[in-house]
Design a protein around this ligand. Structure first.
Ligand code: ES4
Ligand code: ZN
Length: 326
């Protein structure tokens, strides 16, 4: 069996996926037409050609403008279902997906529209594709604490349908400490906590995510490799890191996939998982991320299996379900 066939058949969980980042240009045009929204570029090819980023902010500007075609519950349902179909083809059995409610509420789309559309797609994914999934509500860290509190408040009617909270968007200049109180409230509500940290930001932001936000997972975490004491802490705590190689490459977090820190992260004993982040923008879904690392860094089949096991172990599935997948 070829390495790519081996990866294709490997059951996996996806723990770092922004559903708005799975909006393929084809669906973007379809929704633009359906909702009579005009797009600045006039073809799928032109849109794809524009996905040439030099840093996180460069990408975020395009990502937020792309999301403007999402208007109705049906749109969010279609977005979700397209992702789950694509994930099923990559042997994803369970997904814990991020959504960014503020990206929608700030342009007049009610919280209810986004979440009910996504929840409907998740029900279909379970029934038709056998994929289980949960939602993680992300706060946009470039916005202020009050806005995050208001978002958490808006989520209260759906509290039982939300797995946890996350923190995303522009990292540098917006440290985890800015959201300490919001995360404390989320914890009091019984929600899981995760945060993007150490993607572009310094190792100190990872320390803050651990000590101030009390996170259950670190999203990205690449820059932990600059701080040996932090590596020890993450290993001791058995902390799961949701690493996204194609994203790292497209956003120039790493200049060459062959020099991605994944092998040293594994050697250090970190619980690493591989994920697709924003697959429509970064050139591939989860299996492409596994393939890129296998082809370019030489991680072994045994290590790929270890990564897939980490993905279930680091998920929030009940222990019995984890055992069933592992
Ligand atoms: C994101 Cl790659 C990445 N980093 C931070 N925030 C994000 N939102 C969507 N993708
Ligand atoms: Zn992300």
């Amino acid at each position: 069996m070829s390495l790519h066939e081996f990866i294709a058949g490997l059951p996996k969980a996806e723990l770092h996926l922004h559903i708005e980042g799975s909006l393929e240009p084809e669906l973007m045009f379809e929704l633009a037409k359906r909702n009579r929204v005009s797009l600045p570029l006039d073809s799928v090819e032109a849109v794809r050609a524009a996905y040439d980023f030099s840093n996180l902010q460069d990408f975020l500007d395009i990502y937020y403008s792309g999301a403007d075609v999402l208007r109705t519950e049906q749109d969010f349902h279609d977005l979700g279902l397209a992702y789950f179909r694509r994930a099923a083809a990559d042997s994803v059995r369970h997904a814990e997906i991020f959504f960014d409610p503020q990206t929608h509420t700030d342009r007049g789309i009610p919280f209810q529209v986004a979440i009910d559309g996504l929840l409907a797609s998740m029900d279909r994914a379970e029934a038709e594709l056998g994929i289980s999934s949960r939602l993680i509500l992300c706060f946009l860290r470039h916005l202020d604490e009050d806005a995050a509190f208001a978002t958490l408040k808006a989520a209260e009617p759906w509290q039982d349908q939300i797995l946890g909270v996350g923190l995303d968007s522009s990292e540098v200049g917006h440290p985890p400490s800015k959201f300490q109180r919001v995360f404390e409230r989320a914890g009091d509500m019984g929600l899981k906590r995760v945060a993007h940290a150490g993607e572009e930001g310094p190792p100190d932001y990872i320390w803050q995510a651990l000590d101030l936000l009390k996170v259950d997972r670190i999203d990205h975490g690449n820059r932990a490799m600059e701080d040996p004491a932090l590596i020890r802490r993450l290993v001791e705590q058995g902390m799961t890191l949701t690493v996204c190689p194609l994203s790292n490459h497209k956003l120039c977090v790493v200049d060459d996939l062959a020099r991605h820190p994944l092998p040293s992260m594994l050697d250090a004993g970190l619980k690493v998982t591989l994920n697709s982040d924003d697959p429509a923008y970064f050139g591939g879904y989860v299996n492409r991320n596994y393939e890129a690392m296998a082809d370019q860094t030489g991680v072994t089949r045994d290590q790929l299996v270890e990564i897939a096991i980490n993905s279930f172990a680091g998920s929030c599935l009940p222990e019995a379900d984890k055992a069933r997948h592992i």
